[in-house]
Design a protein around this ligand. Sequence first.
Ligand code: DAH
Length: 359
Amino acid sequence: MDDLRNKYLAAIADAGDEASLETLRVTAVGKKGEISLKMRELGKMTPDERQIAGPKLNALKDEINSALAAKKVALADAALDERLRGEWLDVTLPGRGAARGMGTIHPVSQVMDEVAAIFADMGFAVAEGPQVESDWYNFDALNIPGHHPARAEMDTFYMARSEGDNRPPHVLRTHTSPVQIRTMEAQGAPLRIIAPGRVYRADYDQTHTPMFHQIEGLAIDRDISMANLKWVLEEFFSVFFGLDGIKTRFRASHFPFTEPSAEVDIQCSWVDGQLRLGEGDGWLEVLGSGMVHPKVLQAAGVDPAAWQGFAFGMGIDRIAMLKYGIPDLRAFFDSDLRWLRHYGFSALDVPTLQGGLNG
Ligand code: DAH
């Protein structure tokens, strides 16, 4: 019995696949297998002999059956392991789509998002207006009448009128200021908005392109003052450039739509021909601003006796160049993929209120 046991357990342990295991099962415990034949011999034994041999044979049969079952599981596991090794997958391989290249966010879009996020924190909503604008919204309502020199200075693009139509032509808006009028008309006072978007002027050199971007700001309430304007702008520039307590300088100026008006500079210095913001005693002009002219409020249907507020207009491309060290404005709009890959932002980076980028 011990010989039988050793023989079969060793053979089971050595079995290399399920087929040889099945052959073993048949020869050992199958109907005509060796153990079954031995069982049959029990009949020829004396009752005493049977009492000893019977349970032993049954135990041996059970032992061999469990060894077969265990080996079957072990073989199946090994087969699975083998298959998994063969089907090994490198999940770190770049996808095939990557060969086509991922797009990037244009610095102007990125900066618009950053600016909107910072102003949103100060309670400013985003407003929009059309790029083809009427002469009324672009000029008259902003207190720039027909004869005003500002019209000539703006190098306006005029849209064509059909023959015989003598109304003033529409224009490509020369600034985002018309959105002030449209928003006040639509929402009344009080309000706090910024209006980012494209503007157009017939001008082209290293610092000017016929299309560029501005952000308009407007806050109207009962007692808004220039002090609020200064705080909001200093807060904005500090967060946007990630510089604590950046100083601004207000220089008296003139815009038809504000009274008083100021051009705003931010503190800077030049070290070895390199511009450094937020330090030193130099100044860099960044925007125009002022208290909204009563005539402008009136043109937009807001009572100047009850409401007042500040407005400002700032070039987005300019502050994008300053923040991200981009030298030539014209390259912004050349759609050169090499430039976009270099200066663009990953779509996975979200603007943060630190004004920087994640990751
Ligand atoms: N619209 C002006 C421009 O394009 C910029 C500007 C100046 C906007 C003063 C304002 C402002 O809202 O108050 O040159």
